[in-house]
Design a protein around this ligand. Sequence first.
Ligand SMILES: C[S@@+](CC[C@H](N)C(=O)[O-])C[C@H]1O[C@@H](n2cnc3c(N)ncnc32)[C@H](O)[C@@H]1O
Length: 284
Amino acid sequence: MTNMIAENDTAALDLLLDKVYQDGGHDFRGYKHGTVTRRLERRLHATGARTYLDYIQFLDAHPEEYQRLAEDLTIKTSGFFRSPYAFQQVARLVLPELVAYKRKKGEQRLRLWSTACARGEEPYSIAILLAESLGQRLKDFDISVYATDISQQALKEAEAGAYSAKDVTGLTATVLESYFTHYGESYVVKTDIKQMLRFSYFDLTSNMGVPFTDLDCIFCCNVLIYLQKTLQEKVLKTLYDSLATPGYLMLSEVETPTNNLLEKLECLDSKARIYRKSGGGEHV
Ligand SMILES: C[S@@+](CC[C@H](N)C(=O)[O-])C[C@H]1O[C@@H](n2cnc3c(N)ncnc32)[C@H](O)[C@@H]1O
């Protein structure tokens, strides 16, 4: 396998990624090459292609391969409350400030966005966190948790909201009982949590502009790490433009983007990577 890939040079990879974008509609050109090539190896192996050029020919003959490739290139590893510390800090630092601000302004809408929602664990965790933190006050708010991703397969599973016992390991018995219904082998998210969620396809790297504006809170976790620096900066600009003032941005602990935009945001927790966009006089 290693020899096979060694025959593929960067020019052929660029050609292949251009083709996947032009003919397949999936843009992986700005992703880190290491991840892309490791994942591509699997598709080459599965299709019997020896080189990227062979694989390009395979794509021409089997257009359904574009979707398989896109699914293989997207890494969907996730988990409920994946970073417990970050969620704890959102509950401690962000939600009280946000709720106080909304109260002061007499606003009921709370709009949050899970930008790479994978199979739904992150947006459902956000909704559960809101339910836990707001308690009786939950009904005072009109809440939307937008959840987007580029994996159609992941979005379908996220919408179903059904998880295996392994998926929900780590959730307490109380959380499971309060927010999930146990049917046979599955734990299904209850309707009052599900109804806060709005799932849709959105490619963070696209040139389509911002899909939402005036958002209170954005989670962009474990996705920037797959992108090259220039693309990371483009995505962060989209997120910045989507935020309200005040608005909060959560990156994951593994991400260390050091760009101009982060200089415009105030860091509330450097470990959890929680940032606030503040405007003149808008602080709570
Ligand atoms: C490792 S998962 C992260 C899931 C979740 N945010 C978390 O932190 O647990 C990465 C997700 O990013 C999605 N993704 C990759 N590129 C994307 C893009 N350009 N736009 C939106 N989602 C993308 C993948 O499909 C995958 O579901």
